[in-house]
Design a protein around this ligand. Structure first.
Ligand code: HEM
Length: 319
């Protein structure tokens, strides 16, 4: 784990982790997110109408990026200046997890730039009043979290809220383009959309793996994990485990995956932004189901990332 990330929620443990998590989670519980619902739906309709009238667009850059970059950045409350760097920071953040290759090395200065922004720009006076980021500063002032943890907690919002959701959305479009029968099921019965979102994330887990520090010698199904080493958890592989998911390579929007797929991880560190990601995906696919009969992929280019899976470019036409 990169030293720069020490002290944020993902890179902390035990009671310290619990306290940080409680504070970061506050504005993104299902109850708290209810206030964002209307705005998310409005933006989803606006972007879908605009793109459908064009008829041809990039499902990553034009469709999937819109909600995370407009609504989420605004709710975090960062100053306008610097926001245009957020997508690059998000990509850099995920590349810095290693292994130590050229992508990891190139990501280090990007991560430093992001931390510098968190330290110098995401500060009281520059943040939007009433925003998530401002609430972190209030929590530090009230002694709920140590003040030195604050920049790391800004990264908890800024880093994982973009590319993950963006890749989840455009992978969904790609799956539906390749499985028009499944799109028909969703169009005819939109109550399938929550299950379809779980199935998209199972098949195309945006985060493929993270590693864990092995705190003590451990035997896992006869494989010994020595204390002090790192174990990689492959969410993408777990999601295709045939013991859990019969015919795992089959995209089936009627599959009952709720609470079983691993795209959001599991246990004390399970994704704390999952309700926000699902809210955005639900709004978009619900609107698309009303407007689009078929997606046709014209150009697809996968993103090269150390741990993320998704499309850098996905040009589609719609009818
Ligand atoms: C489809 C979208 C998303 C996916 C697939 C995803 C996936 C994940 C995964 C796999 C983990 C690690 C879980 C573990 O270690 O067991 C995680 C943790 C985390 N995610 Fe997400 N995430 C998504 C969206 C978001 C959003 C929108 C936010 C922020 C608003 C967010 C914030 C976080 C944070 C702060 C953690 C660390 C939690 C902790 O250590 O307690 N994620 N996410």
């Amino acid at each position: 784990m990169n030293q720069l990330l020490r002290g944020n929620t993902l890179c902390s443990d035990g009671i310290a982790h619990k306290k940080l998590r409680q504070v970061v989670m506050r504005p993104i519980t299902p109850a708290a997110l209810a206030s964002l619902g209307e705005e998310v739906e409005h933006e989803a309709q606006a972007i879908v109408e605009r793109l459908c009238s064009k008829g041809r667009f990039c499902a990553t850059a034009e469709l999937a990026t819109h909600l995370p970059v407009t609504i989420v950045s605004n709710a975090i409350g960062l100053p306008e200046e610097g926001r245009e760097r957020m997508m690059d920071w998000s990509i850099g953040l995920f590349n810095c997890f290693g292994p130590m290759n050229e992508r990891t090395r190139n990501a280090m200065p990007v991560l430093s730039e992001m931390m510098e922004y968190a330290r110098t720009q995401a500060v009281p006076g520059k943040l939007k009043p009433g925003s998530w980021a401002e609430a972190i500063h209030h929590a530090a002032a009230a002694g709920e979290v140590p003040s030195e943890a604050v920049p790391g907690l800004m990264i908890d919002y800024m880093g994982p809220s973009l590319d993950t959701t963006v890749f989840g959305i455009s992978s969904g479009v790609w799956l539906f383009a390749n499985h028009p029968d499944q799109w028909d099921l969703v169009r005819n019965d939109p109550s399938l959309i929550p299950a379809a979102i779980n199935e998209i994330l199972r098949m195309e887990a945006p985060i493929q793996d993270f590693s864990r520090y092995v705190a003590r010698d451990y035997d896992l199904d006869g494989v010994s994990l020595p204390e002090g080493s790192r174990a990689i958890v492959f969410y993408g592989a777990a999601n295709r485990d045939p013991r859990q998911f019969p015919h795992p390579d089959r995209f089936d929007v009627r599959r009952d995956n709720a609470g079983r797929h691993m795209a959001f991880g599991a246990g004390p560190h399970a994704c704390l932004g999952m309700n926000l990601a699902k809210l955005e995906m639900r709004a978009l696919f619900t609107t698309l189901a009303r407007k689009v009969t078929r997606f046709h992929v014209e150009v697809e280019e996968r993103a090269l990332s150390n741990i993320l899976r998704g499309f850098r470019k996905l040009i589609v036409t719609v009818q």
